[in-house]
Design a protein around this ligand. Sequence first.
Ligand code: GLU
Length: 447
Amino acid sequence: MDPGTATTIKACEAIIELQFPVNLNGKLEVFTGWRATHSTHRLPVKGGIRYAPIVEQDEVRALAALMTYKCAIVDVPFGGSKGGLQIDPSKYSRDELQLITRRFARELIRKNFISPSTNVPAPDMGTGEREMAWIADTYKHLHPENLNYNACVTGKPVHHGGIRGRVEATGRGVVYAMREFFRHASDVKNAGMDGGLDGKRIVIQGLGNVGYHAGKLLDEEDDAKIIAIIEKDGALINEEGISIQRVREFINANNTIKGFPDASFTENGKALLEMECDILIPAAMETQITGDNAERINTKLIVEAANGPITFEADEILKNRNITIIPDAYVNAGGVTVSYFEWIRNLSHIRFGRMERRYDEIKGQHYISALQNMTQKDMPDWMQKGIIKGADELDLVRSGLDDTMRNAYQELRDTLETNDKVNDFRTAAYVVAISKIARSYIDLGVY
Ligand code: GLU
């Protein structure tokens, strides 16, 4: 690639830093927030807004770049962006958070850093459906004339223009990626394993939105064994497997994992990243595996459900130790993939499946009648149900997500197989992403 194009791709195009006051119970408090736009080779740019006490400008820029690569890898036609607000959301009430979020959104909208056609945020660490609904509503008030106002943000609640399956999407995408990995016996063998996901011993860090949904599927549908769960306040261990759903219910009721009855507890959660297992899934936050602990990581496969959980230094160490890594830029792209579906749904102003579902069901009924008529045999009920069922929105979203994750994996794999210089999935992911972005710059030129 010519160095000019490379430098263009590297740079973050724009970043805005906002400082805005909010009147909380008669007292003015000033908040600092950012939104970075990494690449506008496709529009809108896309990426979450995180609320965290330690968020800062460089992090937002780095995560915006990661969004560009993510979208390119899964063929979602967006550029990359990211936002952050320096705040500890647990210290504020719901009403206060609403005021803060609406004010932050208003500033970003006014400065053109939120719009359905150019910049579309989504949830990230510390934000969820609730914040997205407030952002969408703020946009609607400022731009009621824009018929597509709902498309200004994704990850909204379903009754406010969201899409079914968005909340679970990142976690589900992680599992679809893992299932695809396990469909390739040679990839599994290279990682020092065999067979499928069933019975694999898994350690998960983080039972937030991503870790919870990924863990739940692995536990309940793939028969994998979750042998340890690492949370902020410690870790749970049980070689027989831990029910993710039960732990989540316990956390909801007690606000801690301490005291969960069916596993042993240890205070030093982070040390458990080094526990011997088949698969380690860091699903919490960045820089968890570093130069300090990479030598002691004792797993065969790391699945980066979080963004940037492995530092550059640690990545080199793990590579030398032949530990297979399925990288964040690919593996957690399920969230933005379903955001894309939501955006399309908002622009078309109709739920997926609304027009064709019943028609498909009638057609299925006709097939069954025809078959029964010709064979003079009754079709069993379960078979009839399978044929008749028309796809609803959730079926279609999951199907689109599965297809996306599988196709992207194939592309990484092809790159690994055909490019001598590429020996690991992360490099393959960057090669795939950067080639597509460069292609777009070269085709269009820079003006
Ligand atoms: N925050 C998520 C991510 O980091 C989702 C972004 C989106 O849906 O736009 O990928």
